[in-house]
Design a protein around this ligand. Structure first.
Ligand code: SF4
Length: 340
């Protein structure tokens, strides 16, 4: 099915629903696809006999499986739209299907624009999920211009060559030694920021929607975020009571890391609490007024994206090690959730 600027294989979903005779199907999708909801539901109602129910809790990534409790209302199949699955995660209790929303916007014009800015000959290519299907065409374009492009195989959290997540840049780090610089394809600033901090090599970011090529802006954004992170670390230096946030979303659970951090804090004579939550937001944690600093082991975006909205500093596990003097600012790196 083609809808606006995406191709989504709802035909495949309909075939599976009919073959397995699923009766009640939950649709889970990220905010960006919510506007197209009526078309998705209409399509499935036309092509299947299943009753469709919207799983409306926010869904930020493939780490976020639909609630098992949906079984209690008769859901026997879940379709998560907009994400590739995370292969290393165990399957959800309810049979499910991940359907990506492949962007139809042609990425080649903006890549062409970026060619003069690429640094070196050997270029690593990475993309967000919506654009990974364009990587082979981009590689060909670069070869035609005498570059040596390559894309990396990520770890077991990554489904497709060259794909990066906001929490996982292993498709880039796996080829780090073999490339001079990286070309990032996607929109927004968080993914290229994480990439810059993970690879510490030049990154040119191209946005297929706005047709922008970002280099200087990316560096400026990186500097601003690093200043914020430095500030968060400085504000946490005198903290005595820490709240270690443990995400309950299936692909964000890092309880072993949380235990390790708690032990580290105890050894440094600091008090700490493990705090489990499904969805974090500044309003969810602001009532913990006795906590001086939160350490998030859940999605790495939590500490970075909404930093200014938290009254209490919120830091990543690596930043905690800097606070405690176990690591130095020179060791700073971006928090990632990697498969074991
Ligand atoms: S943990 Fe965060 S960055 Fe990673 S897939 Fe989930 S929402 Fe995306």
């Amino acid at each position: 099915m083609k809808i606006a600027e995406y191709t989504i294989d709802l035909e495949r979903a309909a075939k599976i629903i009919n073959k397995k005779r699923y009766r009640r199907v939950a649709l889970q999708f990220p905010e960006g696809l919510k506007n197209y909801l009526p078309s998705f539901v209409a399509f499935l109602q036309k092509h299947t006999d299943a009753s469709i129910i919207i799983a409306a809790d926010p869904c930020f990534g493939a780490c976020d499986f639909a609630h098992q409790e949906l079984q209690n209302v008769g859901v026997d199949f879940v379709i998560q739209l907009g994400h590739e699955p995370i292969p290393s995660l165990q399957k959800s209790a309810i049979p499910s299907l991940f359907l990506t929303a492949q962007a139809t916007v042609d990425v080649l014009p903006v890549v062409q624009k970026a060619l003069p800015l690429l640094q070196g000959k050997k270029i690593g290519i990475v993309a967000t999920t919506q654009h990974v299907h364009y990587i082979s065409a981009v590689e060909q374009l670069l070869k035609d211009h005498s570059f040596e492009p390559m894309s990396g195989r990520g770890d077991k959290r990554i489904a497709v060559n060259g794909q990066i997540l906001g929490c996982n840049f292993s498709a880039a780090t796996s080829i780090l030694k073999n490339v001079d610089s990286f070309l990032f394809i996607g929109s927004g600033t968080f993914h290229p920021l994480g990439l810059v901090l993970a690879v510490k090599k030049p990154v040119i970011a191209v946005d297929p929607y706005t047709k922008e090529v970002k280099t200087k802006e990316l560096e400026e954004f990186k500097d601003m975020v690093l200043r914020q992170r430095y500030g968060a670390i400085a504000r946490s230096k005198d903290a005595q009571v820490f709240g270690i946030l443990v995400g309950l979303k299936k692909g964000q659970q890092r309880i072993e890391l949380a235990d390790k951090l708690q032990q580290m804090l105890t050894e440094n004579h600091k008090q700490s609490y493990l705090i489990a939550l499904d969805t974090f937001s500044p309003t969810h944690v602001q009532s913990f007024t006795t906590i001086d600093c939160f350490v998030s082991t859940a999605c790495p975006r939590i500490a970075i994206d909404e930093y200014l909205q938290y009254k209490t500093p919120i830091i990543t596990p690596i930043e905690l090690e800097i606070v405690l003097g176990i690591k130095t600012w020179d060791d700073y790196s971006f928090d990632q959730i990697l498969s074991e």
